[in-house]
Design a protein around this ligand. Structure first.
Ligand code: NAG
Length: 342
């Protein structure tokens, strides 16, 4: 009996010391990790007074956009012409079929005399109702201009919609420029593609649109808001300068660098602010241009010689804007062609 007890004792002792050793290793590992974070903060000249900040930076490396699952889709992608000057990505909701048809019949309609190539595509996610899902596929079979993404279509998933569209465009279309806009906007397709081809001198690192003033970029911390963002996902109190989601143009290289940054930076539900965060990370400076306007204020014919994107148009307003755009080709010819963003 006695030797049995002592052998049990020895076994217990072995287990205990193994456990202690394991704990020691774990502790060592944890402290090395801590030193890493500390050094990194110093390296970035950031304050290390806020432990959450280090945590945030550590989280940042792990939780960017999950492109792998986003790009997994069993839907036929739209046809994308290679070598386009401009690809226009229009965020739309599954049930906005009338708005999409109005766009197809106005600014997205080819007038047959374009000298520069452009194409417009709609970005739509997975609708919650099955019926709408089959409607979308039917619509896509007819028009071939919808990129259906593998994400639930909801307001807080708008960022995923834009990331999916941009990533797909960068990989499969490689246009010289991409315009991201919404389905309640008018795009001066007659002029924008021509302007990009003939006058734009900022051929690389281009990110341009309507900027929010300083003091209007607060991060919303109210968990009940649809724009709520936690400190873990974005630490600062203000977003960096960014262009309004009504419309911004990216050159292909800028879009590529922004997509790369998205692999590591946690997404925030404000699509346009997120692109601003990514641009900062990719060291791309956003440009402000008065050619993108958030307000639809009875613009007159000659305004269509320089306005590229106008926000807040219903179906009727899209039609009159189209009318003015076509008129502006011949009217107001005494005003010279615009050659700059500002
Ligand atoms: C966003 O889409 C993902 C993937 O479909 C889904 O799991 C998630 O619930 C969606 N989030 C919201 C807020 O709709």
């Amino acid at each position: 009996m006695k030797p049995m007890v002592s052998s049990r004792c020895i076994t217990g002792l072995v287990y205990a010391s193994a456990l202690t050793f394991l704990l020691f290793i774990l502790k060592l590992f944890a402290s090395v990790n801590y030193i890493d974070e500390y050094n990194e903060d110093h390296w970035n000249h950031r304050s290390s007074l806020f432990p959450e900040h280090s945590k945030h930076r550590a989280a940042k490396r792990r939780t960017g956009v999950d492109f792998k699952s986003l790009l997994k889709t069993n839907h036929e992608p739209p046809f994308c012409q290679k070598g386009l000057i401009l690809l226009i990505l229009v965020t739309s909701a599954p049930w906005h079929i009338e708005q999409r048809n109005a766009i197809r019949n106005t600014w997205a309609k080819k007038l047959g005399e374009e000298t520069s190539s452009w194409q417009a595509l709609f970005l739509v996610g997975q609708p919650s109702e099955m019926g709408i899902s089959s409607d979308i596929l039917q619509e896509h079979r007819i028009f071939g201009d919808i990129l259906v993404g593998n994400y639930a279509d909801s307001y807080r998933n708008l960022t995923l919609k834009v990331m999916h569209g941009l990533r797909w465009a960068v990989e499969h279309c490689e246009p010289q420029y991409i315009l991201k806009t919404d389905d309640d906007c008018f795009v001066n397709t007659d002029r924008l593609a021509r302007f990009l081809a003939d006058y734009n001198v900022v051929k690389t690192g281009l990110y341009v649109g309507s900027l929010f003033a300083e003091g209007k970029r607060h991060v919303i911390r109210d968990p009940l808001s649809k724009w709520y963002v936690s400190r873990e996902d974005y630490w600062e109190d203000e977003y960096p300068p960014y262009a309004s989601g009504i419309g911004y143009v990216l050159s292909l290289d800028a879009a590529t660098r922004i997509m790369k940054a998205a692999e590591d930076v946690p997404p925030v539900p404000m699509e346009d602010a997120y692109v601003g965060i990514l641009a900062k990370e990719a060291e791309i400076t956003v440009r402000s241009s008065g050619r993108f306007t958030k307000h639809n204020v009875n613009w007159r014919v000659c305004n269509y010689r320089y306005l590229m994107v106008i926000h807040n148009l219903d179906i009727g307003a899209l039609k009159s804007a189209q009318h003015n755009m076509i008129k502006a080709r011949t009217a107001c010819s005494e005003t010279s062609e615009i050659t700059r963003w500002k």
